[in-house]
Design a binder for this molecule. Structure first.
Ligand code: SDX
Length: 433
């Protein structure tokens, strides 16, 4: 709370609302009493000016291009930490001691297998099903296999469900990939780290063991870290809204997966690589830039622009550097897709249309280049994003459930439909054309 109040004058009436300050970022006007006082709603489609909750997990400064998990800048975590340690940080609020990390790693490692019956659940899907369709269905179905951790009023069940989600999502995503390519599922192994285990579950086959390249494993672990959480984005807000009805955690995460799939959100990484491939060579870039600027053309530069970042997405900076390193270390010289991406970025960032609208590459612009170099098909990109973001969704869900101010989310509307009218029998409904 601050001493400041916001004053709203409507006609000859004046209303005051408290202004609240957080530890960082913009103050907020507490309008919870606005409808009771004024009989009016606020109107904010897309929530461009709305804080839906207060949170202590992730902070973004869109103007400065800063992102912090629990106060730690993303570039420091990218350089010094690893995904499983970042999971602990997001879930429990502090970096772990060596003993806490060992215990957490052991708990996660012991939950990486899925119920054997789930293998049959996969077999109900068509082989050519998109991995995100499978992941969305399987995560939701976890409530049918792990109903002993669905009671959200039980702290222990919430904790077990959280660990199960973080631990099993790599196995679920890897199984979705294996199923889509007609290969047998690969069980997790307890002697591999988080990223290496996922790589092996995706790329190992019975006749030939997959040997994990530590460079590749590190790059993938970095991608996991960069995607782990991102404040109140669309899919996280979906998880919070689903959770506000006391739905079980698996249903809430499945809702988050469904929302993330959209090409305006997490689906952009798949769409961005497809776009870069469609452009093909730098000489075709001007044509696509023109289309992106044409209001009559629905085409947008995928991997560009962001609701919050009005400067460079700090994750894209790390991602671009990693893309170059991985391609070099994998011996992929003169990767045409990376060349097109870098040239497209250079041209776009010198174009007044993009400068005026503060459109910069976002996290999805370069990530696909790395995933493609590792050997994943574009259809797996968003599923890998969902894998990474599951810990952020869980951390935000836990915070919402534990919030003493928790209420079911129930927005209102500006109604522009038909005014009240009486029913008329069909015999009176002559042709209205
Ligand atoms: C993610 O919220 C998060 O934190 C999400 C995320 C996370 O970690 O959870 O960061 C992950 O979803 C990243 C964003 C991935 N999506 C894409 O790359 C898809 C392409 N980008 C756009 O669709 C768009 O930029 C959004 C959806 C990301 C943001 O849209 P906004 O904030 O609603 O902005 P807008 O649509 O109102 O655009 C403002 C202007 C418009 O032009 P005008 O009407 O003012 O003339 O910018 C233009 C838009 O047409 N514009 C673009 C553009 N993005 C915006 N023009 C061309 N290409 C683009 N990519």
């Amino acid at each position: 709370m601050t001493d400041t109040v916001a004053t709203l004058t409507i006609g000859d009436k004046t209303f005051e609302f408290p202004v609240l300050s957080g530890s960082m970022g913009p103050d907020v006007i507490d309008i919870r009493s606005l409808y009771a006082k004024t009989g009016m709603f606020t109107y904010d489609p897309g929530f461009t000016s709305t804080a839906a909750c207060d949170s202590t997990i992730t902070f973004i400064d869109g103007d400065q291009g800063e992102l912090m998990y629990r106060g730690y800048p993303i570039d420091q975590l990218a350089e010094h930490s690893n995904y499983l340690e970042v999971c602990y940080l997001l879930l429990y609020g502090e970096l772990p001691t060596p003993e806490q990390m060992a215990d957490f790693e052991q708990r996660v490692t012991r939950h990486t297998m899925v119920h054997e019956q789930m293998h049959y659940f996969y077999r109900g899907f068509r082989r050519d099903a998109h991995p995100m369709a499978i992941v969305c269905g399987v995560v939701g179905a976890m409530a049918a296999f792990y109903h002993d951790s669905t009671d959200i009023s039980d702290d222990m069940q919430r904790e077990i469900a959280s660990i199960r989600m973080v631990a099993k999502i790599p196995t679920i995503v890897a199984m979705a990939y294996k199923y889509s390519i007609g290969q047998p599922f690969v069980y997790p192994r307890n002697d591999l780290n988080f990223a290496s285990n996922f790589l092996r579950m995706c790329f190992s086959v019975p006749p030939e063991e997959y040997v994990v390249d530590p460079v590749v494993a590190h790059a993938l672990d970095l991608i996991f870290t960069l995607h782990a959480d991102h404040e109140q984005n669309a899919s996280t807000s979906t998880v919070r809204l689903a959770g506000s009805s006391d739905a079980n955690p698996f249903a809430c995460i499945a809702a988050g997966v469904a929302c993330l799939w959209g090409p305006a959100h997490g689906g952009a990484n798949e769409a961005a690589l497809d776009m870069l491939r469609e452009i093909g060579t730098p000489d075709h870039i001007p044509e696509f830039i023109a289309r992106a600027k044409d209001k009559n053309d629905p085409f947008r530069l995928m991997g560009f622009g962001h609701r919050v970042y009005k400067s460079y997405d700090p994750r894209a900076t790390v991602m671009q550097k990693t893309a170059k390193e991985v391609l070099d270390l994998l011996g992929v010289k003169n990767n045409p897709t990376l060349q097109v991406a870098q040239e497209l970025e250079k041209i776009a960032l010198s174009d007044p249309y993009f400068i005026e609208r503060k459109l910069y590459p976002n996290v999805d612009f370069y990530s696909g280049i790395i995933l493609d170099a590792i050997g994943f098909p574009t259809s797996m990109f968003t599923a890998i994003f969902a894998l990474s973001r599951t810990v952020g969704w869980i951390a935000q869900w836990k915070e919402m459930i534990a919030d003493p101010q928790k209420k079911i989310g129930r927005p209102r509307q500006l109604y522009n439909g038909a005014p009240t009218r009486d029913y008329e029998p069909i015999g009176n409904r002559w042709d209205r054309t």
